[in-house]
Ligand binder design. Structure first.
Ligand code: ADP
Length: 404
């Protein structure tokens, strides 16, 4: 039995193939630069060897075809034939209010996903195309949708509502949905396992710090608050997103500068954050840190703002949870930048967070503890694995379907 995971985006389709109950992928890769010059397939075999080949792909449908032919390739492929794929687990950013757990995609689910496209116009249309392509090319397989918003469905009302009249929630769906849920759920479960504790009773703050950044307060294995909101723009500072900003400042700028909605959206989502603040032409924290080390004061300020907002949110979530058992770092920055982890945690000793400098700096890649022996609160680095979480959810959805 093989399960394929698919993450279809605006210009790429990522895939991972899993066999049986094996948590190690049999093959993985990406078709990238779809619709641009230099479209290519990167295909990674189980032995780690990566093959890169130029491909002619204009859309998700053709991308899926290309992926399937790579997967059945007699030399590099992971399966003998497409028929071996029993299910496809699709990463879908937005499940709206209704889809709060992984679901088998049927006409009703598809129609609901179509109806909530306005909530996630940059993501859901691409996911729907990915689903349609798999339905066409792997018609016998069960298509399962796994949602980034689902983990946050447990937010209490007082945490997910905004302070505007309730009609805008009831009629327009304006509320905090939260994102990165697949990652937050995975690292929260792995953190409990690492600590040798049951999720029940555990109070965690999970920090997903990649290009997009969000923090989640997790109690008893459930999300109780999260920093991203109606869209992924809210919360802490990110690579190119502003994070929190007074909405009145947005209105003021639109009026004063005559910005259109699209221009303002571009400014807040793509020209802000580390990119816009540091002004070093990069949203990569490594470039901003290196400019700061070379004396660039604006880059230093951007790093300080980045860490400050995360520190502030950890403090807020300590209040939400009534104390902390562990803070977990994950994703590109969280897993790989000791300097950012050090700067975030500096000053949080009053909450019982004591970093161990040596453990923090040590070159390592797996799940690890980076707190001092005397630290009452654990500080963990847990590499995220969204594909593994998607395949686990897909297996669960299949089992539920067959009543196994
Ligand atoms: P995405 O949110 O796109 O999935 P990732 O989780 O891969 O992103 O994170 C990408 C970011 O991680 C990069 O922009 C960079 O800032 C940071 N990053 C990646 N590798 C390192 C590293 N070795 N040291 C510091 N930061 C890193």
């Amino acid at each position: 039995m093989a399960i394929l995971t698919i993450n279809a985006g605006s210009s790429s389709v990522k895939f991972t193939l899993f066999l049986g109950d094996d948590d190690a992928p049999r093959a993985s890769g990406i078709v990238e630069r779809i619709g641009l010059e230099g479209t290519r397939l990167q295909y990674r075999r189980a032995d780690g060897k990566t093959i890169v080949s130029p491909v002619v792909v204009a859309d998700a449908d053709r991308a899926v075809e290309v992926i399937l032919s790579a997967l059945v390739h007699p030399e590099h492929g992971g399966i003998g034939g497409v028929r071996e794929i029993e299910a496809v687990g699709h990463r879908v950013v937005h499940g709206g209010e209704r889809l709060t757990r992984p679901v088998v995609v049927d006409a009703e689910v598809r129609a609901y996903l179509e109806s909530i496209v306005p909530l996630a116009p940059l993501h859901n249309p691409h996911h729907l195309r990915g689903i349609a392509a798999c339905e066409r090319h792997i018609p016998h397989a069960v298509q399962v949708a796994v949602f980034d918003t689902a983990f946050h469905a447990t937010l209490p009302r007082h945490a997910f509502l905004y302070g505007i009249p309730p009609a805008f929630y009831a009629e327009d769906g304006v509320r905090r949905y939260g994102f990165h849920g697949i990652s937050h759920k995975y690292v929260a479960a792995e953190a409990a396992r690492f600590l040798g504790r049951a999720p029940a009773g555990l109070r965690l703050v999970t920090c997903h710090l990649g290009n997009g950044c969000s923090l989640t307060a997790v109690r008893d294995g459930r999300s109780v608050d999260t920093s991203m909101g109606f869209t992924p723009l809210e919360g802490v500072l990110m690579g190119t997103r502003s994070g929190d900003i007074d909405p009145a400042a947005v209105l003021y700028l639109m009026e004063r500068r005559g910005f259109s909605t699209a221009a303002m959206n571009d400014l807040l989502n793509r020209q802000s954050g580390l990119l816009g603040l540091a002004g070093v032409g990069s949203n990569d924290v490594r470039d901003v840190l290196s400019a700061a080390r070379n004396g660039n004061a604006q880059a230093e300020l951007a790093v300080e703002m980045f860490c400050y907002r995360i520190r502030k949110t950890i403090g807020a979530y300590a209040a939400v949870l009534g104390g902390l058992d562990a803070v977990v770092f994950t994703a590109g920055i969280g897993e790989n930048s000791p300097e950012i982890r050090r700067r975030i945690t500096a000053g949080l000793e009053f909450l019982g967070l004591f970093l161990d400098a040596e453990r923090n700096e040590a070159a390592a890649s797996g799940p690890r503890a980076i707190h001092a022996a005397k630290s009452p609160v654990a500080l963990l680095v847990i590499p995220t694995n969204e594909e593994l979480e998607i395949v686990r959810e897909t297996r669960r959805a299949l089992a539920a379907r067959t009543g196994a």
